[in-house]
Design a protein around this ligand. Sequence first.
Ligand code: KPL
Length: 299
Amino acid sequence: MEIVVFGAGSLGSLVGGLLAREHAVTLVGRDPHAETVRETGLELVGECEATVEPDATTDARNVQADLAIVTVKAADTAAAAETLATGSYDAVLSLQNGVGNEETLASALECPVLAGTASYGAVLEAPGRVRCTGVGEIVLGARTGGPSDRADRIAAQFAAAGLETTVDDDMPRRLWEKLAVNAGINPVTALADVDNGAVLESPVDDLARGAARETARVARACDVGLSNREALAALASVASETAANTSSMRQDVLAERRTEIDAINGYVVDRAAERGLEVPTNRLLTSLVRTWERGRGLR
Ligand code: KPL
């Protein structure tokens, strides 16, 4: 299978690198990472060890492949969609944080767009080297829910490369559940500069749980069946499974990059406002992270 990964940061490089054990993979990323991968290959270290030789480029216009996997930051989805539209793919799979990326991609593309989540822990340690800090799984399916033969076929190809992959018939709910987890873990770990597991401990556990609970409430207002109990259980299980990991938002803050706050807690605040709901914890976390970004000239 020919696969192009748009957004070869930490997670994109890890997923692309794992798939390159079986498939022809091209990573689209930034130099010097892309250049190093092209010249000397990609080294996966930590919990998934491999040295692979995917192709790598900084320019992905006019590409043809069986599958494009999108792992860019949520704020860059529209730009990625524009580039993808110059090429040709049998299908596009979003493995991004946030809800609604698939719709942005689908509105610019003619091919089917699938939704997905990836729970691997990854850190881009140096150009050409990614540390796998947690073996997780890929969950994918039709973006509007329901069975999908295409999702089944892609899952089988991922499994052939050794990636634990599940097909979910209710991806809208799965994405909101992931949003609840991200809303609890990402800003709290970024602001307090702690590993994911710390959100299970007092006093920040209240903040993380509050953000996840509010997200579930907004999901229900958007006709997605996610109970508070399910959102809290997902938060607790991801936080304990990834206890020693650095969340993507904390990685962004440590690298002084703009975060995905708008697509995570900011998204919850916006959807809540449209429905006349109060989400004070998400509002507070959004304000704090946006204030940090403004102070660094990142927004
Ligand atoms: O998706 C994540 C992220 O860091 O963005 C979690 C689930 C919090 C795992 O680190």
